[in-house]
Design a protein around this ligand. Structure first.
Ligand SMILES: Nc1ncnc2c1ncn2[C@@H]1O[C@H](COP(=O)(O)OP(=O)(O)O)[C@@H](O)[C@H]1O
Ligand SMILES: [Mg+2]
Length: 236
C-alpha cells in the first residue's frame, strides 16, 4: 500500500538516498533500521513530502504522490511523527491535537471528532491533565505522546514514527510500546518505525528494512532477520 520505487534524494549536491525501494502491506509494522546517518530520517521526510525526490516514485495504494506537497499527502493518509517530535511550542496541547484532526481528509461530524479525541485520551491519559499547557513546556515523554496522538487524529493509512523512544524515560517507552502493539492488533493502519532499540523493534515489527549509506541493503520478514545482518549493519 506504501511503495517507494528507486527514490533518490539530495541535500544540495550530496547524494543521500540511492535508489531506495521497498513496499509495505496494509496494517503491517515495518522497522527501518541502520546506523546513524544512513538516511532513515531522510527516507521518512521524502515519504511525507518534506524533501523533494530527484528521481523515483512514491505511491500510496494506486496513487502516485511523488509530486504532491506534504499537506496533500497528509490527506492521503500519511502521518509523520518526527525525530525530536516538533511540537508547536506556543500552541497548547489541545491546539496541537486539533492540528492533527484538521489534517484528516474525512472529518465526519462532531461525533466523529469527539470519538477521535477520546481515543487519544484513552491511549494517553496524561494528555487530559495538560490540555491547556503550551507544547513547549512538556517533558520529552509528554511531547512524544502528544506527537503520536496528533498523528493518530489525522486518521492515517501509514504512520511514520522516527525513533519514538529516543531520550524518553522507560515507563513512557513501555506505554508507547503498548500503544503500538494495540495499533498492530487492530491492523487499522501500517506503521513504518525507525528504531535503534533492537529489542523494542523485534517485539513490534512484522518486517524489516536495513539501510547502509543511503541504500537498502537487506529487507524481509522480521523473524528471518539474521544475526549476521544485524552484526554487519547495526552493531556499532
Ligand atoms: N539538512 C541537511 N543538510 C545536509 N545534509 C544532511 C541534512 N540532514 C541530514 N543530512 C545528511 O544526510 C545523511 C542522512 O541523514 P539522516 O537521514 O538524518 O540519517 P539517520 O536518520 O539514518 O540517522 C547524513 O549523512 C546527514 O549528515
Ligand atoms: Mg534519524
Amino acid at each position: 500500500m506504501l511503495q517507494l520505487e528507486k527514490i533518490n534524494v539530495y541535500y544540495g549536491e550530496s547524494h543521500i538516498l540511492r535508489d531506495v525501494s521497498f513496499a509495505m502491506e496494509p496494517g503491517q509494522v515495518a522497522c527501518l533500521m541502520g546506523r546513524n546517518g544512513v538516511g532513515k530520517t531522510t527516507t521518512l521526510k521524502a515519504i511525507m513530502g518534506l524533501l523533494p525526490v530527484r528521481s523515483g516514485r512514491v505511491k500510496i495504494g494506486e496513487r502516485d504522490i511523488t509530486d504532491e506537497v506534504a499537506d496533500r499527502r497528509a490527506k492521503q493518509g500519511i502521518a509523520y511523527v518526527p525525530q525530536g517530535r516538533e511540537i508547536i511550542p506556543h500552541l497548547t496541547v489541545r491546539e496541537n491535537l486539533q492540528l492533527g484532526f484538521w489534517a484528516r481528509a474525512n472529518k465526519g461530524n462532531g461525533a466523529t471528532e469527539k470519538a477521535a479525541f477520546e481515543e487519544v485520551y484513552r491511549l494517553f491519559p496524561k494528555l487530559t491533565q495538560i490540555l491547556e499547557r503550551p507544547g513547549g513546556v512538556l517533558s520529552g515523554g509528554e511531547q512524544q505522546q502528544l506527537a503520536i496522538g496528533r498523528a493518530l487524529l489525522s486518521d492515517p493509512k501509514v504512520l511514520l514514527l522516527d525513533e519514538p523512544t529516543e531520550g524518553i524515560q522507560p515507563s513512557v517507552v513501555d506505554q508507547i510500546e503498548d500503544v503500538i502493539i494495540g495499533f498492530k492488533s487492530q491492523r487499522r493502519f501500517a506503521i513504518l518505525l525507525v528504531e535503534q532499540g533492537l529489542h523494542f523493534a523485534a517485539r513490534l515489527a512484522d518486517a524489516y528494512v536495513i539501510m547502509a549509506k543511503g541504500a537498502v541493503v537487506a529487507a524481509g520478514k522480521a523473524n528471518e532477520l539474521s544475526p549476521e545482518e544485524v552484526k554487519r549493519h547495526l552493531v556499532v
